[in-house]
Design a protein around this ligand. Sequence first.
Ligand code: PHE
Length: 532
Amino acid sequence: MNKSSRENWGSRLGFVLAIAGSAIGLGNVWKFPYITGINGGGAFVLVYLLCVMLCGLPIMLCELAIGRHTGKNPVDAFKALQLRRSRLADIIAALLLVSAILLGWTGHPGFGVTAGLIALAVFRWQFAAVGAFSIIAALLILSYYSVIGGWIIEYTRLAFSGRLNVNDVEGASQIFSGFISSPRRVIICHLIFLGLAGAMIWAGIRNGIERWSKILMPMLFVLLLAVILRSVTLPGAPDGIEFFLSPDFSKLTASSWLEALGHSFYTLSLGMAISITYGSYLKKDENIFTSALMVIGVDTMAALLAGLAIFPAVFAMGFEPGAGPSLIFKVLPATFNRMPGGIGWFWAGLFFLMLTIAALTSAASLFECGVTLLLDKFKMRRALAVVLIYVLVGGFGLLSCVSIVDWSNIEWLRQLVVSTFNPSVMPGDWFTLLDRVTSNWMIPLAGLLTALFTGWVWSVKRAARELRQGARNICDNNLITFLSGLNGDKLYLTSRNHGLTVMSAWGILIRYLTPLIVLLVFLKAIGVNVGF
Ligand code: PHE
């Protein structure tokens, strides 16, 4: 498909809602509120916003610019922008090769071989390998994201049919274990969820993702507001708000920064080629910069609202807060059921419906990454591409379906991972392992390489030209002029002093600061001691 025949978003609102739909997902609901609560509340929110501004936003701008400039899938987009062999890519390949040898040497053959293969890919395909790497990350994430999506659908059904009526966490745990220990039910729900995500993108960009996002995203916010209203008007609710938001700077530690940065990548769906893919359907007169700011604003708001929906209720009903599956599937059902008025099932139903929507729009974006690649590479019909990805990811996701509590159903896989990778710690199941590998390794690595690519290979100058299109003069407003109130002052503007503009600040960030921060965090996440 060439540039001119490529589909476009129908409207700016549609694009912003679709990309916000990708950003707002389980991370906003089950992770952000909790890590905020335990890392100093409002103080952590500030740290998080700083991470978003220093790393999240700059990388999102890179991805959108790469996507729109080329109008291609992530692999071909990188390929189109690297005009000749890049020394940087060769250096990266060499570094990977060295680490491959070191890893093999120190008794981690699986890691060694993986690093070696990536080194070869980078050497051969240069930065196009980053595109492929991100798409693989996206599909791996989809394979387990859709398993959790399946649980959420099942919980929505259970809630509305009044079968979630338990008063304590033990009771809710029993329901949960009963459900996840029945692989058949889990598999059916996983396949249904993935089918719904596929259905959202079946009709393409404008009639598929965009139309669905325009319907579902407002619904999500309405449902969220309804649950918040119920939650904050319960007696005892202020304790929850206090836990969630009251700032406590003494609780900010080095690991809070780490957590904030990691989360900013995950929640903005960066490093998975999503913004490249969505950006490739963008029109030239769209303002990338303000769209990205809007997405970040909406995503942060959703995360804050989720905290306000959850914690006041949890505290008011006398439970302990938590994160992840145990919060959603154990604490919350009991919380809703204890609500006064006897219609706890209704509130639980609304909440799980909201969560279904949040998860679906995220899954659709992951799905689309694989689909665009097939559409472009093999000139395939969209319907066929959707079915192929469905079969591939659905099939692979079965491994996550049967390994939720432990490895017992797929002991052979555990043996295989242990014998080839020799990991120092091995999580309790395949599903968690996959989550760690993708969130801690693949996403930051892809984000880092995307920033380096834009800053040093494609070049800030060319990328800036792309960002300026449709941005009026926002990007080149002199920040100093703007902040000092000298905007429009003729004498000041004609003086030859150059000042800091959004564009120059962005260039500095993606060339130096952003890669450095991401690198440190990546090393820390994979267990290298970097001094903090
Ligand atoms: N951003 C989503 C969330 O916050 C997760 C996600 C990650 C979605 C990667 C798509 C891709 O839950």
